[in-house]
Design a protein around this ligand. Structure first.
Ligand code: CO
Length: 495
């Protein structure tokens, strides 16, 4: 039997597709400060702050499903913890497209990931209008929350009520609807400010331009843009995420082509027109940070290993090297025009493996090693160590050791020893991105909590699970009065 067949059999025996796909349903309500009841474990008194999550909240309008959940309108959930009391609030981001489609109760925009308007080819032909769906991440900048979607500008939200304030230019920093990445990095170790939010926007075409921006995120100038630079490169770029060190912003330009014809013809969504090009070499683009030692210098461009990356975990500098941990796929995973995302066969999609790139700045070379080949996504380190060397990383992983599958476990890896530790929601639970909250006043790297929204396939509802990030033991479970579809990214805000 080939390993592919073995995996298929293992998968069929291991999880129920409907347990997993049942999470994909429209969010039907918006809650305001509803107190949560703990279902198992103990109340945690020394956890004070707010967990924020973003992800698709509308999957279907008038019996038409989105083609890919990434096309679903953003719905933000906030769970506030104060001395053992947990309260939940959730709101849709009132984007222009959400309000229009809500009124007409149908999709009137095409989605980047392949959702088409009704009316077939003719009605989609040469329709390049996008809906900014604000569904990918939610972060705090200054005194506002920003709901992010990388192809256009951020939506500002009120941090208490989650009411949408509107599409923001960040006090004139951005042009109207200028691209603003959904993966800002919070730098707590910069010389320039006690807290910097470092992020970027990409304009792509035959040439691509990266705008790197560093905002103060603490003190009296919180929210103010402190550093700003633009660099242009040859070639099309698909840059979802990046990593930072004290002196560098690190991008991986995947070896990918964009063929816009099927998109213009109305046959495919823009993201379905991306394709790996085996004749191209991926490149690391290292841009000197304006808050760092090499400000003003030109970027370095260095050949990168084969594979496709959405997400990086962390990076740090060591001698002449930049060490970068990322989740690598063999190829770009796309849901084709004839596939149904709720019925996908995981085995037909490439799996994500945790790999380490060692980039030598002096020799302008790189090589790669595999840290773990078990399929994983959404990896993180202690937020205090972003840009610095971390010993521990936490991530969502599959239950099985090889091949692709749904994310059902949370894994901790000691990057020095490669030891692995697990908590599992298998067989009927499905995890999302773990948020690591360091224990207050602790200098021990792995002391703290992991907050995870878990889809409970048995009761067909969402749970909040809190783990001890050191020993991976389950501390508390809250059954949420809200069904949250499998989501994207989130953050933690201290009180
Ligand atoms: Co992402």
């Amino acid at each position: 039997m080939t390993s592919l067949q073995e995996n298929k059999i293992k998968n069929q025996n291991s999880f129920n597709q409907e347990d997993w796909s049942s999470a994909y349903q429209n969010v039907e309500k918006e809650l305001v400060n509803e107190e949560l009841k703990i279902t198992s474990g103990k109340v945690i008194k020394n956890l004070n702050g707010t967990l924020l999550r973003n992800g698709p909240g509308i999957l279907k309008r008038d019996k038409q499903w989105v083609h890919h959940p990434f096309d679903g309108d953003g719905m933000v959930t906030a769970i506030n913890f104060k001395e053992g009391i947990a309260k939940i609030t959730n709101k849709f981001v009132r984007t222009k497209g959400y309000l229009e489609e809500e009124k007409q109760n149908k999709f009137i925009y095409r989605g980047v990931f392949g959702t088409q308007k009704r009316g077939g080819l003719l009605n989609n032909f040469l329709d390049l209008k996008f809906k900014n769906i604000a569904n990918t991440h939610i972060v705090k900048l200054g005194d506002q929350l920003l709901a992010l979607w990388e192809a256009a500008g951020p939506h500002a939200l009120d941090p208490k009520s989650l009411e949408t304030i509107g599409l923001s230019t960040l006090n004139g920093v951005l042009k109207e609807n200028e691209a603003f990445s959904a993966h800002p990095k919070l730098d707590l170790n910069s010389q320039a400010s006690s807290e910097l939010l470092v992020t970027f926007g990409v304009q792509t075409g035959p040439k691509s331009t990266i705008r790197l921006m560093e905002f103060s995120n603490s003190g009296s100038n919180s929210g103010e843009l402190l550093f700003d630079r633009k660099d242009s490169f040859d070639g099309f770029s698909f840059l979802h995420d990046f990593a930072i060190t004290s002196n560098w912003a690190i991008f991986l330009q995947n070896a990918i082509d964009f063929n816009p014809i099927p998109f213009l013809m109305g046959k495919k969504g823009a993201a379905q027109c991306l394709k790996s090009n085996p004749n191209k070499t991926a490149k690391f683009i290292l841009i000197p940070r304006e808050s760092g030692l090499f400000k003003g210098q030109s970027p370095l461009i260095i050949d990168a290993p084969k594979g496709f990356v959405f997400h990086h975990v962390n990076a740090y500098e060591k001698d002449d090297n930049i060490i970068l941990d990322s989740i690598f796929y063999d190829d770009f995973p796309s849901v084709g025009p004839d596939e149904n995302f709720r019925k996908i066969d995981f085995e037909n999609y490439p799996d994500g493996k945790l790999k380490r790139s060692i980039i030598n700045i002096k020799e302008r070379s790189s090589h790669i090693t595999t840290i773990s080949s078990q399929c994983c996504e959404f990896a993180t380190v202690n937020p205090k160590l972003i840009g610095l060397e971390a010993t521990f990383t936490w991530m969502a992983s599959t239950e099985q050791k090889s091949g692709n599958g749904p994310l059902q476990a949370i894994k901790k890896i000691n990057l020095n020893t490669n030891e692995e530790y697990y908590w599992s929601a298998f067989p009927r639970g499905f995890v999302s991105e773990p948020i690591m909250v360091p224990k207050e006043n602790s200098s021990i790297e792995d002391e703290g909590f992991l907050l995870i929204i878990v889809w409970n396939g048995k009761r067909r509802g969402s749970d909040l699970v809190i783990l001890d990030s050191k020993d991976m033991k389950e501390l508390a479970v809250y059954e949420l009065p809200l069904n949250i579809p499998h989501g994207l990214h989130g953050s933690w805000i201290r009180d």
